[in-house]
Design a protein around this ligand. Structure first.
Ligand SMILES: *Cc1c(COP(=O)(O)O)cnc(C)c1O
Length: 396
């Protein structure tokens, strides 16, 4: 009773004070471990959201908890005007894993900030202002990142946004060739569109974009905020296709759940001029220690390899589901989209009733972003819940 009362109070207080920006699910989450979350009544849920892809190592991974606890006791904040051991070690670890030549980094605190940093860098390095982005793309919600994001619903209330942004159809090289010109500073795309419905870019498209950028002296920016760090079965999704961008944006799971974004770029391009960019919290030792621990676990446990194996199994298992409501199953590694012939909301509700939390990607796609430490048996339970839910929904 006390717990139930506390949960009601939580909901009431949030409703009184929340910004209004978020659609809410009727669930108060109090605890997490691995791929499981517990609500206020102690009920467990299999978490296929990973906090929007953030909990790469699952919830409260002991190595992350230890790293954060240790660092919090030593030093939490230290601006980049000073050197710090955690930050230098993180740079070294990042440089070891990012594609060839990408050894310069700007550390910030979110995905959108990484995109802002990449856009500013592109302007600075090219002296140009025009950006080509893809229809269906999602890059965040601050004004610059929003300008390259596609969805009208997100953009429309905030016009005018950045000038000089052109959105071209995704996976259409001819359209990109038409848009990229001598005044283009950068082309920005996701290697697998996440919010846009889990849509992988075709390899020829990515290679073509690289050629176009080279020809016109524009920078190629890959937003791997959702696809990076092992999610798709390689350290970075672009490595499936042997395409190396000029600039790479990272975020979400990079610090095991603590806020962090990273802009990585080819050292040969140069970098920011002194004073041309900055962040109070960027590169703080606490987030750096968490990120360093995350990279170590990813490497030691070969979680990108595990994501490839389990992702293969999951896709195969989902492709064998039979339901008139299914239109297409697609994905790469542990980033999977299930496109329906109906709206996704009822399926999300039916899954929640069966103890499975998942995400939408647009109005008709169910998105699964499990942690990379998920077990096959857990994924099997998720597949069964999807199967039963589809049957129930079709019956209605
Ligand atoms: C989540 C996401 C962002 C935005 O990240 P925030 O941390 O929410 O600002 C940008 N790009 C992609 C591809 C994302 O998935």
């Amino acid at each position: 009773m006390d717990e139930q009362h506390a949960a009601l109070e939580t909901v009431e207080l949030e409703q009184q004070h929340t910004s209004g920006a978020y659609p809410k699910r009727p669930l108060t989450i109090l605890r997490g471990r691995g791929s499981t979350l517990w609500d206020s009544s102690g009920r467990p849920y299999l978490d296929m959201t990973s906090g929007q892809g953030v909990a790469l190592l699952g919830h409260s991974h002991p190595t992350i908890v230890q790293a954060v606890t240790d660092q919090a006791q030593r030093l939490i904040t230290c601006p980049e005007i000073f050197y710090n051991d955690q930050r230098s070690a993180l740079y070294q670890a990042l440089a070891r894993h990012t594609p060839q030549g990408m050894t310069r980094f700007f550390l910030c605190n979110s995905g959108a900030e990484a995109v802002e940093g990449a856009l500013k860098l592109a302007r600075l390095l090219t002296g140009r202002t025009e950006i080509v982005a893809a229809q269906g793309g999602f890059h965040g919600r601050t004004l610059g990142a929003l300008s390259v994001t596609w969805k009208a619903e997100y953009r429309q209330p905030f016009q005018p946004l950045l000038p000089g942004v052109t959105h071209v159809p995704f996976n259409d090289l001819a359209a990109a060739a038409h848009a990229v010109r001598a005044s283009t500073a950068a082309v920005i795309v996701e290697v697998v569109q996440g919010e846009g419905g889990v849509r992988p870019a075709r390899p020829e498209y990515l290679h073509g974009l690289q050629r176009l950028c080279d020809e016109h002296g524009a920078l190629l920016i890959f937003d791997e905020i959702q696809t990076g760090l092992g999610r798709t079965g390689r350290w970075f999704a672009c490595q499936h296709h042997s395409v190396t961008p000029d600039v790479l944006c990272l975020g979400k799971g990079i610090a095991g759940g603590l806020p962090m974004g990273v802009v990585a770029w080819q050292a040969a391009l140069g970098g920011f001029r002194r004073g041309s960019h900055g962040s109070t919290f960027g590169g703080n030792p606490l987030a750096c220690a968490a990120a360093l621990a995350t990279l170590r676990v990813l490497e030691q446990e070969d979680l990108p390899g595990q994501a490839a194996r389990l992702g293969h199994w999951l896709l195969d298992r989902l492709l064998r589901l039979r339901s008139p409501l299914l239109r297409q199953v697609r994905g790469q590694g542990l980033m999977v989209g299930i496109e329906l012939r109906c709206r996704v909301t009822p399926l999300l509700k039916a899954l929640m009733a069966r103890g499975v939390l998942a995400l939408p990607a647009g109005s008709t796609v169910l998105r699964l972003l499990p942690s990379l430490v998920v077990e096959q048996a857990e994924l099997e339970r998720v597949c069964q819940a999807i199967d039963e839910s589809l049957e129930e929904l079709y019956g209605d």
